[in-house]
Design a protein around this ligand. Structure first.
Ligand code: GDP
Length: 388
């Protein structure tokens, strides 16, 4: 009898474990699953250790790779909709400088000349740039005067609206990654070494996979020894095939082969990671120009993304000009915004280069790349309502 009770007890415990395991399994998109895998990312930057994870854990499942036709353990990237809003706390350094500073000033009893000067100084510390700052303050002052605004809530609303205008409310930030009838879309990723190019290619592959696309990666940064391995690791985690060449080989040949592979596999998008050595300006321009020409034997490039490190501020923008002269850049990816208090750099970059910011990097985690949205970004910079 005791043995019987023990057996029944074990069966009940096992049954309960199965039920709990099933219920806690995350129903994430087409490929649900559990368990975060080991992360390939390198150690955190700067003095701050890992930022708090405010995104759900990644999931893995044994699925058939759409391109490779093999069964393998693939991760399920986080959906892209609303990522910026979810990752907004990563901009906390900028929030503290900008949001709190501005609200404290605008909450004063009288908005005199000195206060407006301080508003301008606060905006300038965010790296927004002089012209954009002066225009923004001018518009704010006019509205405050004309509309007779005095309450902190009204001032907050007007500040937000004008900040969104400065960032670019109606700017087209569409990423052209949809395939053509006979070939995949091709995205070229360029930028100075160390800005986060390879990481961005990997994260972008995940963004596309999360949106249901199939991706081929081209490791055309043949000069940095680890770049191809790094890219292949990113790709293999989400079932994206990586085309690579011999170390030190011709980047243009790798880029060409990657697009050819994309066509053969009927992939939706090919992402080409390039080398960003600023050895000489002409050398870089020749190299990138060649990659572009060779890739375009397959058809026009759909998107050329320039990766910029937000922590390098205006210097990074100056460096980036070389790239905009070498290839026609269609969008900027601003990385490492989690590591700076100068979120206003988004505005400066767009004004200086005349190119929209399309994606922003907010951390080293695999899903810490967000499509850029002006309103969500303004909210993230200004911080919580509680600031008032
Ligand atoms: P590449 O030489 O331009 O290809 O640069 P990598 O992709 O190798 O990135 C250089 C470093 O920047 C790596 O340690 C990345 O993890 C880190 N990195 C890239 N994007 C971000 C970001 O958005 N935030 C932070 N904190 N680090 C990033």
């Amino acid at each position: 009898m005791i043995e019987l009770l023990v057996v029944v007890g074990i069966v009940l415990v096992l049954a309960a474990a199965v039920v709990v395991g099933f219920v806690t399994r995350r129903p994430a998109g087409p490929r649900g699953g559990a368990l975060p895998p080991a992360s390939p990312v390198e150690p955190q930057l700067g003095e701050d250790a890992a930022p708090p994870r405010d995104t759900p854990l990644r999931t893995v499942e044994q699925v058939e790779s759409p391109l490779l036709g093999e069964s393998q353990a693939l991760e399920v990237p986080e959906p892209t909709a609303g990522r910026l809003t979810r990752l907004r706390s990563r901009l906390s350094r900028s929030q503290t400088t900008l949001g709190r500073g501005l609200f404290a000033l605008l909450s004063r009893d009288t908005l005199d000349e000195e206060t407006w000067e301080q508003v301008e100084d606060t905006l300038l510390t965010s790296d927004m740039g002089l012209a954009a700052t002066q225009e923004l303050v001018e518009r704010l002052r006019t509205r405050v005067r004309v509309e007779g605004l005095t309450s902190p809530a009204d001032l907050r609303t007007v500040l937000r609206e004008e900040l969104v205008t400065t960032i670019g409310r109606d700017t087209d930030r569409t990423l052209r990654t949809l395939p053509h009838a006979d070939r995949p879309a091709v995205v070229l990723v360029v930028g100075v070494n160390g800005t986060g190019k390879t990481t961005t290619c990997g994260k972008l592959a995940r963004v596309l996979v999360a949106d249901g696309r199939s991706v081929v990666l081209g490791a055309a940064d043949t000069f940095r020894a680890a770049a191809a391995d790094q890219l292949e690791t990113w790709g293999s985690r989400v079932g994206a095939h990586t085309v690579r060449g011999p170390e030190g080989g011709d980047p243009a040949a790798v880029a060409f082969d990657a697009v050819a592979k994309g066509k053969e596999l009927k992939a939706d998008t090919v992402l080409v990671d390039t080398a960003g050595r600023l050895h000489t300006k002409t050398g870089l321009m020749d190299e990138l120009g060649k990659v572009k020409r060779v890739v375009e034997k397959h058809g026009p490039i759909d998107e050329t993304l320039l990766v910029l490190d937000a922590t390098t501020g205006q210097n990074g923008v100056v460096q980036a000009r070389v790239f905009t002269e070498a290839v026609q850049v269609t969008g900027v990816v601003l990385t490492k915004l989690d590591g700076t208090a100068k979120g206003g750099i988004v505005v400066a970059v767009q004004r200086e280069l005349g190119i929209p910011v399309k994606l922003i990097g907010l951390g080293e985690g695999p899903d810490d790349l967000a499509p850029f949205e002006a309103e969500a970004f303004a909210d993230a910079l200004l911080g919580d309502e509680a600031a008032l």
